[in-house]
Write a protein of this length. Structure first.
Length: 278
């Protein structure tokens, strides 16, 4: 009887499942899925929602509906999608001090898009979302074939909306579909004009603690993480030299600490790389 090349990966996922956590994995070569487990299970999106948001912004710009050089006033006051009440963000929860330093000034749409991905900026993302609109983000998800389980329903820290059950959710499979479309320069998303700059932003992402940490040093990759207490996600487009590109998406909802959750995603990445190169 042949031994599954995924035996070690499956054992790792089983160990986590026995502790009560949920780990979802989706691995594709851009054209077809090579491995999936729990890939259609919904998770709270955390900052992974910034990937379809920036794609939506770049797509509208490619259609001539937005100017990426247009200035946007940087403020910390937003309207809830639930009832129109105002809410603000906590700067201590944001990894992007650069946008906060611009309060009372302006930043261009391109700068906000870039900081939403490279620094996972919460303030940058909410400002961008106000311009782009939730409907356009939904159209991006629909365009790449995401399931109804993946929804971007509100901005970050919109507490009134959260209390009414309006939230942002993703699946590992849908995050993978988004990233694979970027990797293929999908014409439905706008082709290279949209996908190439988005990949370039992702390739400059500051947080490399999850999937990239499980890859050998120097392997080119572009990723978007998302984490809050009990949640650690990453989706990554990997372009190895002399090998075909692939996308790995890992979503985890567990009782693990942030450090342990991050290490778990890196372990999955490490095992996928072992199978990929065997």
């Amino acid at each position: 009887m042949s031994v599954s090349p995924f035996r070690a990966l499956e054992a790792l996922l089983e160990d986590t499942a026995r502790s009560g956590g949920t780990v979802s994995v989706w691995w594709s070569d851009l054209l077809g899925v090579r491995f999936a487990r729990g890939a259609d299970v919904p998770h709270y999106a955390a900052s992974t929602m910034k990937l379809p948001l920036v794609l939506a912004a770049m797509r509208r710009a490619a259609r001539g509906e937005l100017q990426l050089s247009a200035p946007v006033q940087v403020s910390n006051e937003f309207r809830s999608v639930a009832d129109g009440s105002t809410y603000s963000l906590d700067p201590s929860e944001d990894e992007d001090p650069g946008t906060w330093a611009a309060l009372g000034q302006t930043r261009t749409l391109l700068q906000l898009a870039d900081h939403s991905l490279t620094h996972s900026g919460n303030l940058a993302a909410n400002l961008l979302l106000e311009v782009v609109g939730l409907d356009e983000v939904a159209r991006v998800l629909e365009t790449v074939g995401c399931s109804p389980a993946t929804v971007v329903g509100r901005g970050i820290e919109d507490a009134p909306a959260r209390e009414r059950g309006i939230t942002n959710t993703v699946t590992a499979a849908d995050l993978g579909l988004l990233m694979a479309a970027v990797g293929r320069r999908d014409t439905a998303l706008g082709g290279p004009m949209v996908c190439a700059p988005v990949e370039a932003m992702l390739a400059r992402a500051v947080d490399r603690s999850m999937i990239p940490a499980g890859l050998p040093g120097g392997v080119p990759c572009a990723n978007k993480t998302g984490w809050v207490r009990g949640v650690a996600h990453d989706v990554c487009l990997v372009r190895p030299v002399y090998r075909p590109p692939f996308v790995l998406s890992v979503c985890t909802t567990t009782e693990l600490s942030q450090a342990a959750g991050t290490a778990l995603v890196a372990s999955v990445s490490r095992e996928v790389w072992r199978v990929f190169t065997t």
